[in-house]
Design a protein around this ligand. Structure first.
Ligand code: AQP
Length: 334
């Protein structure tokens, strides 16, 4: 049976990239009626340093963002990862299946560890094994993610395949990545070669889901662009990454194709395009920001929802974890 799993790290406030690459799609998948499990992956977030009080706040804020975007905790399972201990246990089992060399090849590890990789946490290196655990502990068949997570998803498939091969079973499904749409990789507003990221030191590089209308308009006004007018279709933007990014964002927010957007703006400059984009962005995001603030006014209710989701997640995860242990020869006799 099909089952969707995906997660977002509470490693900062969520961005427009997280919204278009992840949240917006989580909601449309929920609407299809397929079982959807969504997780605030706090155990992933702590692979780099998080101030405990800030982490608690950001975890609630991420949960609020899921719900504000339209994830309904009655129809989807919504919880934070650390409350379901099967994730961490399964990750250990997968640490024994995955190879060290696979981990060193991950571009996210190289990017986040930087030059001094000996000083990165061991958890940052093992991150993809935990991600495989998140997905496979639910036997999830498909995972909606942005383009940046493609390599990690392939590693999840490798771990499932190696486990199945080593233990002569077909226990784990080979999960499909769902990387679709025009905004699978939203780029930084300051640098068209870098993805928009919640942990970018420059706040001007991203639109946060907590930004108000003025902040959104100002960031779009200051976004890096070139001086050329817009062409009539995307072929004309091949060598203009910043312009391409803004057009893709517009298209994703207004549910159009980039070519449809450009057909309307052909020949116009950014003086006309940017205010139009700001208007579309504010119209799409401000209702979400408002709802997030409403949820954040009652943190105890968010915690209750996460706890309820964790109980429901645990009921699926624990039998799969137990079966995995049994396949591996680990005795359970309690
Ligand atoms: N710029 C982006 N464009 C499209 N999708 C994106 N995602 C993230 N950034 C973009 C997607 O959002 C989901 C959650 O990502 P994550 O929280 O697990 O971590 P990440 O991919 O590392 O995102 P960030 O914002 O860059 O976080 P930090 O700065 O902490 O590393 C994923 O599906 C991701 O593809």
């Amino acid at each position: 049976t099909p089952r969707i799993f995906s997660g977002i790290q509470p490693s900062g406030g969520l961005t427009l990239g997280n919204y278009l690459g992840a949240l917006k799609r989580f909601v449309s998948l929920q609407e299809t009626g397929i079982e959807t499990i969504y997780c605030v992956v706090d155990l992933h977030a702590i692979t780099v340093w998080q101030e405990p009080e800030t982490l608690r706040h950001q975890t609630r804020e991420a949960a609020a963002a899921f719900m504000a975007a339209g994830v309904d905790p009655a129809r989807s399972i919504l919880f934070n990862q650390s409350q379901v201990s099967a994730h961490a246990e399964m990750a250990w089992l997968f640490n024994t299946v995955a190879r060290v060399g696979w981990m060193y090849r991950m571009t996210q590890f190289k990017d986040k560890a930087g030059k001094n990789s000996e000083n990165a946490s061991l958890g940052l290196l093992a991150y993809p094994a935990l991600m495989a655990a998140d997905i496979l502990t639910y036997h999830a068949t498909a995972v909606p993610v942005g383009d940046d997570q493609k390599q990690h998803l392939e590693l999840t498939r490798d771990i499932a395949a190696k486990f199945n091969h080593d233990y002569g079973s077909d226990f784990f499904p080979i999960t499909e990545p769902l990387i679709e749409g025009v905004a699978t990789r939203v780029m930084s507003l300051r640098d068209g070669s870098k993805k928009m990221s919640k942990s970018d030191p420059s706040d001007a590089s991203r639109i946060n889901l907590t930004d108000d209308a003025d902040a959104i308009a100002q960031k779009i006004r200051k976004a890096r662009t070139d001086a050329e007018p817009l062409p009539g279709n995307m072929d004309g933007l091949k060598d203009r990454p910043e312009a391409r990014n803004l057009v893709n964002i517009y298209a994703a927010l207004s549910d159009e194709t980039p070519d449809q957007v450009l057909a309307r703006f052909e020949g116009q400059g950014f003086g006309a395009f940017k205010p139009a984009l700001a208007e579309v962005a504010v119209a799409a995001l401000s209702p979400i920001t408002t709802r997030m603030n409403q949820f954040m006014a009652d943190p105890a209710e968010i915690d209750r929802i996460l706890g309820d989701g964790a109980n429901r997640a645990d009921a699926i995860a624990t039998p799969i974890l137990d079966a995995t242990k049994s396949i591996m020869g680990l005795i359970s006799s309690r």
